[in-house]
Design a binder for this molecule. Structure first.
Ligand code: COA
Length: 355
């Protein structure tokens, strides 16, 4: 039976380290508050004008491609997960193709808009392409340059302190090995809470979804057929062009959905928790990971956490954490590994694999 294996993995973290105290110099916050609520000590920011979501993805992708023993031109398909794309359109997939110097046009490139769950969705999608026989070398990337789009005033502190920049990538290939590869994936969504964690403006909504907002404001979107606008001066003046998060609401949902989907994917593959060697959860908040660990009764060495160093890098967090765990020898060939994520949408999901 053909399965999909991760033939190569890579990560990239920009060099600039931003500590909690650095944020304290521009907004009302404190190292104590941030560490107590999130576990985060520092995060990385890309260098403006030199680094973007795409360039960071390219660094991670080159490592994954090299470790798989192929060259960029051997890649058949790119799946790019991000919520902080370089352009509104075209997506980062084609920009990554160009950045990697892939000139052949038989390749396909697709962007995934599933925020923190983007990489888990991407892995499940790439797995289908490989198992169907359509492609042999699928590159799945999660990358974010959050630091370009955050509100650095006290108004944005509940969101801004959490997020960091970075990228992770895997190169998927078919394998006939019985003890290796992706065993199962489970994907979920619930659009009821779309606005609980969202980046709403600028957008083409024209106020249509206002009934779902806690505070709906008319930003003067225009009423005639030719008058609609994405971005108004009032949006900018009101600081409505930044991410919004109802933190406590997201927290409650996440701690319920993480354990559920982990159990589900194990069941789908006929495995159980006692066989799990490593859980690599999306690095949303250390408190969420600890909560999930307690509910599932996992030991410390069964859960990989690195949010302390990198913050929440949304679509990049799972591949960065997986790559780090592999590089540090915490995941070895044959280990049963579960990747799980929850995020905006809401969307959530998990992949179970044998390394
Ligand atoms: N520094 C200092 N104070 C802050 C702050 C900051 N960075 N951010 C918020 N606060 C304040 C609030 O203004 C509020 O003050 P008030 O009581 O005077 O109104 C107080 O801290 C509590 O705010 P609240 O939002 O209720 O805090 P919380 O205990 O829920 O923690 C989060 C906030 C964001 C850390 C927490 O809700 C969380 O982690 N949620 C999940 C977020 C997440 O995982 N997002 C990604 C999903 S993939």
């Amino acid at each position: 039976m053909v399965r999909t294996k991760i033939a190569g993995i890579g990560k990239y973290l920009p060099k600039t380290i931003v500590k909690n105290d650095d944020l304290q110099s521009v907004m009302e916050t404190s190292d104590e508050w941030i560490q107590e609520r999130t576990g985060i000590q520092e995060r990385r920011y890309g260098i403006k004008h030199e680094e973007t979501t795409t360039t960071m993805a390219a660094h991670a992708a080159r490592t994954a491609i090299e470790r798989a023993g192929i060259t960029p031109n051997d890649v058949d398909f790119i799946l790019f997960a991000t919520l902080s794309p370089d352009y509104y359109f075209p997506g980062c997939g084609v920009l990554l193709q160009r950045e990697l110097g892939i000139t052949k046009t038989t390749i396909g490139a697709m962007d995934i808009r599933n925020q923190c769950t983007g990489f888990v969705y991407g892995l499940a999608t790439g797995d289908q392409f490989i198992r169907s026989g359509m492609y042999r070398n699928v590159l799945v990337v999660g990358a974010e340059m959050h630091s370009m789009g955050l509100d650095y005033s006290t108004r944005g502190r509940n969101v801004t302190v959490i997020f960091g920049d970075g990228a992770g990538a895997v190169l998927l290939q078919p394998t006939e090995e019985a003890d290796q590869g992706i065993l199962a994936s489970k994907l979920h969504s619930d659009g009821t809470y779309a606005e609980k964690l969202a980046f709403i403006n600028p957008g083409a909504h024209g106020g249509y979804h206002n009934r779902y907002l806690e505070e709906a404001v008319d930003y003067g979107y225009g009423n005639d057929a030719f008058g609609g606008i994405f971005l108004t001066e009032k949006m900018i003046a009101d600081g409505m062009t930044f991410p919004y998060m109802d933190g406590p609401f997201v927290f409650k949902f996440a701690v319920q959905k993480f354990p559920e989907v982990i159990q589900e994917v194990l069941k789908e593959a006929g495995e159980n928790l006692s066989n799990l060697d490593m859980l690599v959860p999306h690095q949303a908040n250390l408190r969420i990971s600890q909560f999930v660990q307690r509910i599932l009764k996992l030991r410390d060495d069964q859960v990989w956490n690195n949010i302390q160093k990198y913050g929440n890098t949304t679509a990049a967090s799972v591949p960065i954490a997986l790559c780090e765990a592999v590089e540090e020898g915490a995941i070895k060939r044959g280990d049963l590994v579960c990747l799980a994520a929850f995020g905006s949408g809401f969307t959530w999901g998990a992949n179970l694999l044998r390394w």
